[in-house]
Design a binder for this molecule. Structure first.
Ligand SMILES: NC(=O)c1ccc[n+]([C@@H]2O[C@H](COP(=O)([O-])OP(=O)(O)OC[C@H]3O[C@@H](n4cnc5c(N)ncnc54)[C@H](OP(=O)(O)O)[C@@H]3O)[C@@H](O)[C@H]2O)c1
Length: 307
């Protein structure tokens, strides 16, 4: 839909979006009431994280040229009350990183690994969707914490990326019909932590290979999208091995964002954490970009570049 955007009113800021984030949770918001965020409304733009540049400001806290984060409808140019915007201090980082490693997906990896699983040095951590936005951050934060990391992803390009970022053992699950057996070979003494981005067969393989008192972080279950729900058939193992399975939602942990961004900024600038991104261009490419997440066509963070 094309509309005219008038000059901003007093207290408003006009923003031109530069980058839009494309995230798996958006698919769940297309189901009636099935998500932890309210469903999208028919006839309204999809909403999501975006980084933009202030064009005109009628608020004393913002100036033209400021970089801002918003969580509004997918759009190129808009006026909004200043309270809906968060200023970004890029501090030498590319602005789109605040939608990826230095933003919500990075914080998700950090919280899951460091707060929920409380990963310790020498532990063996298994990560699924390991070449994605959250997964690649989880792998590298685990490596920084001195863990041994096993990463699973689909296809040789992603496996190559995992090797580049220093993942100790890689599994191309699309070429591994018996995932539990492949994981057993990669971790003969079992895994201490499973960072679950996908659910389904990966979760079953992780249960089968967990050490006693292992921790399973339930971050997402993208493999179960648009399928009749399939519970792990071997969940009973959680009893005999005294496992802890814990889900979490990153939005409960936003108070940690500022500290995390500072730490992540240091890791990125010192080269300890690397990133990839998959960039589609133009707002018209956004629906196809969203579908790519479910076909595994993204490496690293999926983004739409607008300007
Ligand atoms: N709990 C939270 O607060 C929170 C916050 C953010 C994200 N998440 C969750 O974290 C997960 C990763 O999100 P992200 O933004 O980083 O996405 P992403 O990993 O960058 O992209 C999604 C990836 O999922 C993999 N995938 C898709 N279908 C699959 C299947 N059937 N089996 C196995 N893997 C499959 C694909 O990688 P392959 O090519 O390797 O299959 C795809 O590239 C998602 O489940 C998301 O919902 C949770």
């Amino acid at each position: 839909v094309e509309i005219d955007v008038p000059p901003p009113a007093k207290g408003q800021v006009q923003v031109r979006n530069l980058w839009m984030s494309v995230d798996p949770y958006m698919r769940n918001r297309m189901n009636k009431g099935a998500s932890y965020v309210p469903p999208f409304q028919l006839g309204q733009p999809l909403q999501g994280g975006a980084v933009g540049e202030v064009i005109v400001s009628e608020d004393s806290d913002f100036r033209p040229g400021d970089l801002v984060m918003s969580m509004l409808g997918w759009r190129e140019l808009f006026n909004v009350g200043a309270g809906a915007l968060q200023k970004i201090d890029p501090d030498g980082l590319p602005p789109q990183l605040f939608l990826g490693l230095a933003g919500m997906p990075g914080l998700t990896a950090y919280i899951g690994l460091c707060r929920i699983a409380r990963a310790k040095a020498q532990e063996t951590v298994f990560v699924s969707a390991a070449a994605g936005a959250v997964g690649s951050a989880a792998c590298q934060i685990a490596l920084i914490n001195g863990c041994k990391v096993i990463g699973s992803a689909g296809g040789s390009t992603k496996i190559e990326f995992l090797r580049e970022i220093g993942v100790d053992q890689t599994i191309d699950y699309k070429a591994s019909p018996d995932l539990a057996a492949v994981l057993a070979r990669a971790a003969p003494s079992g895994i201490d932590i499973y960072f679950d981005n996908v659910g389904g067969p990966h979760l079953e393989a992780a249960l089968a290979n967990s050490r006693p008192f292992g921790r399973i972080v339930l971050c997402g279950s993208i493999s179960q999208t648009d399928r009749p729900a399939r519970g792990p058939s071997n969940i009973g193992i959680a009893v005999s091995k005294r496992l802890t399975l814990q889900g979490f939602i990153v939005s409960d942990h936003l108070r940690e964002m500022a500290g995390f961004v500072a730490e992540m900024g240091d890791w990125i600038k010192s080269g300890r954490i690397k990133w990839r991104e998959t960039v589609d261009r133009g707002i018209e490419s956004a629906p196809a970009a969203l579908l790519k997440l479910f076909a595994g066509e993204n490496v690293g963070k999926m983004l739409v570049k607008l300007a």
